[in-house]
Design a protein around this ligand. Structure first.
Ligand code: ATP
Ligand code: MG
Length: 361
């Protein structure tokens, strides 16, 4: 079968389909990952992230389609003949083997044994700063240390692709932050192509070059973190990545009309009919505050229904017709006090007014 590969492309999923019994979990997936980039798979539970990784690794066989790495079709290649390392969510370390033996395992499966395997495992453990624990068993390690062993085990085979399935989900917040930085640094230093599965949008946006937002086994959007956040392709992406306000509305002859009857301006063009209007809370401001000279394409009257002081920002709930709009503003000393029950005017730009067809997602 002919395989095509763009010059910078390293991994391509071509028309991949996956079924379990008669359930079609992935209908048809196409994806192209560039050499040396780190791509995040982001999406709700059950959307097919792990299944896609397992297909790339060779742990599952697709019912349809092709996996191409570096121009070579590897769809039928056994796991250990693939140039791919994987870190599982549960780490999947062998409990009876010490750290060094765990790391050497993949090398032995590839017929690298003895001294060379030991030396390479030693170097991989150095990379994750665990040389001093090489002789411990997994149960004698903390969660973060086990995670690093799993990473060393994937890196030791010097794969051209590294797959990481929610590798940080069992770690506490501080270690998670440290490991994010460490994994990204290792990935960039080695120039390895990586696919990183996560539930966590902060992780996806902050660590990766591009983000795949998945839903029900298909790609909803594939773009840079900025594209996915600032220009979400669908209402689903806007809702899933970052927080947003939702207003019902419709497109009439002269633009967007919200359900509450306000005329709104948007930079997006959508066909006439029912629409969903989305605006991020921090893109809305209260008009007329002291020292506030911001212009707004959209100005909407409402009544403050709630107010929460969160240190460096203030979160307002504002009732506009039947809608409750959340507004987030940076705390400022010169701010005129606003209280529950006060009438306010909300302002935001046309550019920040995202309009999608349909009344829901
Ligand atoms: N071996 C299997 N047999 C039957 N169904 C499966 C199997 N593995 C996964 N599924 C189903 O395929 C779908 C996708 O599962 P997958 O594990 O890829 O989701 P995920 O995106 O990784 O979710 P999570 O974020 O919860 O890990 C789910 O509906 C799941 O129930
Ligand atoms: Mg999963």
């Amino acid at each position: 079968m002919p395989v095509s590969s763009a010059p910078e492309e390293h991994l391509r999923l071509q028309n991949i389909g996956v079924s379990f019994g008669n359930v079609n979990v992935i209908p048809s997936l196409d994806l192209s990952v560039r050499k040396g980039e780190m791509v995040a798979f982001l999406g709700p539970s059950g959307c097919g992230k792990t299944t896609t990784l397992r297909i790339i690794a060779g742990l599952n066989t697709p019912s349809r389609g092709h996996i191409v790495v570096g121009g070579r079709d590897i769809t039928r290649l056994p796991i250990h003949d693939r140039d791919i390392g994987m870190v599982f969510q549960s780490y999947a370390l062998f409990p009876h083997m010490n750290v060094s033996r765990n790391v050497q395992f993949g090398l032995q499966m590839r017929n690298v044994s003895g001294r060379e395997a030991e030396e390479r495992a030693g170097r991989a453990l150095e990379m994750v700063q665990l040389s001093h624990l090489a002789h411990r068993k997994p149960k004698e390690l903390s969660g973060g240390q086990q995670q690093r062993v799993a990473l060393a085990r994937a890196l030791v085979i010097q794969p051209s692709i590294l797959l990481l399935d929610e590798p940080l989900s069992n770690l506490d917040a501080k270690l998670r932050d440290e490991m994010r930085v460490q994994i990204r640094a290792l990935q960039q230093e080695s120039g390895i192509t990586a696919v990183f599965v996560t539930h966590d949008q902060v992780e996806a946006l902050s660590m990766c070059d591009r983000v795949v937002v998945m839903r029900n086994g298909h790609v909803e959007q594939f773009g840079t973190p900025t594209e996915v956040y600032e220009r979400p392709a669908t209402a689903f992406v806007a809702n899933f990545v970052g927080r947003t306000n939702k207003l019902k509305g419709k497109i009439g002859s002269d633009g967007v009309l919200s359900a509450a009857g306000q005329q709104l301006h948007s930079a997006t063009t959508v066909a006439p009919g029912a629409v969903e209007v989305l605006v991020r809370p921090h893109r809305i401001h209260l008009q007329g505050q002291a020292g506030d000279t911001r212009e707004a394409d959209n100005k909407v009257k409402g009544t403050v229904s709630g107010l929460t002081f969160v240190g460096d920002l203030v979160q307002y709930g504002v009732r506009v017709g039947d809608d409750e709009i959340v507004v987030e503003e940076a705390t400022r000393r010169e701010r005129r006090p606003v209280g529950v029950g006060d009438s306010v005017v909300l302002g935001w730009s046309a550019e920040d007014t995202l309009v999608y067809p349909g009344g829901g997602q």
